[in-house]
Structure formats: structure tokens, C-alpha cells
Design a protein around this ligand. Structure first.
Ligand code: ATP
Length: 217
């Protein structure tokens, strides 16, 4: 039997600031295409873990390997092209929704088809005409979905989601989940998704649960 190399292998990763433990040592792997929930009480270190995986924080201990290679051995820009972190209150930039969805194309010296961008808006239950709308006119839930679509224009190998549907109703939460799952299947994309909503996470997917004990001193 051939051993599959995990998309992501986290070994004994922890984070400490002075004498405060923000994340107790944690190990897990994510397979290619895998969809995993990250749960746990407030303050157990979920966001800290995602920031470490996104290379926004350097872990105090432990190693992280991407497809068998330690990310510290990769050029920072190489890792950043593989991993994408989307937070609960995303920053949109430029003036319009178009500016946000076109950005991932522009940095790759490509020009997006407006029709394709409108279709991606519709996928998340957003009006296609929203493409030309100023970002200042968007609701919290619309901002969350536009930011997600920006992350999904070129799906990353590892997608890290931090309560990205907190401003959405049940129907739109389900829609977002369906699109993310489909993308993970179609691409070799692995998803680690923080949620506090038991209705959302009770779907048979693997759950990594941090506990207060783990975060204790
Ligand atoms: N910059 C910081 N300085 C000091 N303590 C911090 C800092 N950032 C986070 N913490 C603390 O680290 C712990 C873990 O925070 P983190 O945001 O990772 O938890 P969380 O599980 O994501 O919580 P929530 O579910 O409320 O978002 C908390 O006790 C928090 O107060």
C-alpha cells in the first residue's frame, strides 16, 4: 500500500506569548480534498492556529509540512501562494466588488471575464449586478461572501476559514458550504474551517476540537 503524503501535517505546534499559552501543542494532518471543522470554546486558540498556518505568526514550537516539505524550507511567497486565510470581518479593497474579484487575476497578469465573475456572485446567492456596486454599500453578509469569492478565484491548496458565515442566514450558510465543498472536491483543496455553530458542524465531517484544557497554562 502506498502511503499518502498529507496535504498538511502539523506536529506539536504551539504558541506562547511571554508566559501565556495561546495555543497548547497540537498535532493533526489534512488530506488532499479534505474538509475539516475546527471547533472549541472562545479563547482555545483557533484563530491563533489559523494565523500560524497562514504564516502570520511564527509558532513557538512544532513543525508544519506542506505535501511532505516543511514550510520553513519554502520561500515565504511559495507558501503564501498555496494557503489562503479568510477571516470573519474581511477587508475589502478598491472601490467596487469588481476591484476585489479582479484583483487575484490582475496579480497573475490576467484579465477576468466579467461574465464569469457575475456567475460566481450568483453561485453564492449574490445578484450578478453587484459586480459594479461600491463596497461601501454592502451588508456584512455580502462582504463575507465577496471576500470568500476573492479567495476562490484561484482556489488555494489549503483554505483556512475563520467563522466566515457568521453574518449569514441558514440558507446562505448552506449555500456557501456547498460551494466550498464542491471546490475542495474539484481542486486538490483542503479546508480547515472554524465554526461555533453546532448545526453547521454536525454534518459528518471530521472535527478537530480544541478544549480549554489544551489552552490552559
Ligand atoms: N495579541 C495577543 N496578545 C495576548 N493575548 C492574545 C493575543 N491574541 C489572542 N490572545 C489570547 O489568546 C487566546 C487565544 O485566542 P484566539 O483568538 O486564538 O482564540 P479563539 O479560540 O479563536 O477564540 P474565539 O472563538 O473567541 O475567536 C485568548 O485567550 C486570547 O485572549
Amino acid at each position: 500500500m502506498v502511503m499518502e503524503i498529507p496535504a498538511l501535517a502539523v506536529r506539536d505546534v504551539s504558541y506562547r506569548l511571554a508566559d501565556k499559552v495561546l495555543l497548547a501543542p497540537l498535532s493533526f494532518t489534512l488530506r488532499q480534498h479534505e474538509f475539516v471543522w475546527l471547533t472549541g470554546p472562545s479563547g482555545s486558540g483557533k484563530t491563533t492556529l489559523l494565523k500560524i498556518l497562514a504564516a502570520l505568526l511564527t509558532p513557538t514550537t512544532g513543525t508544519i509540512a506542506f505535501r511532505g516539505e516543511e514550510i520553513t524550507a519554502l520561500k515565504p511567497e511559495t507558501w503564501r501562494q498555496q494557503v489562503s486565510y479568510c477571516c470573519q470581518t474581511p477587508q475589502l479593497f478598491g472601490e467596487s466588488v469588481y476591484d476585489n474579484l479582479a484583483f487575484p487575476w490582475q496579480i497573475r497578469q490576467r484579465r477576468p471575464e466579467k461574465q464569469a465573475l457575475r456567475a460566481s456572485l450568483a453561485q453564492l446567492n449574490l445578484a450578478p449586478s453587484m459586480l459594479e456596486q461600491p463596497i461601501t454599500d454592502l451588508s456584512g453578509g455580502e462582504r463575507q461572501r465577496v471576500a470568500l469569492l476573492r479567495n476562490l478565484q484561484f482556489p488555494p491548496a489549503i483554505l483556512l476559514l475563520d467563522e466566515v458565515t457568521s453574518a449569514l442566514d441558514a440558507e446562505n450558510k448552506a449555500r456557501v458550504k456547498q460551494v466550498i465543498r464542491q471546490t475542495a472536491q474539484q481542486q486538490p483543496m483542503s479546508v480547515l474551517w472554524i465554526s461555533h455553530d453546532p448545526q453547521e458542524t454536525d454534518d459528518g465531517s471530521r472535527v478537530i476540537a480544541l478544549t480549554r484544557m489544551e489552552a490552559a497554562q
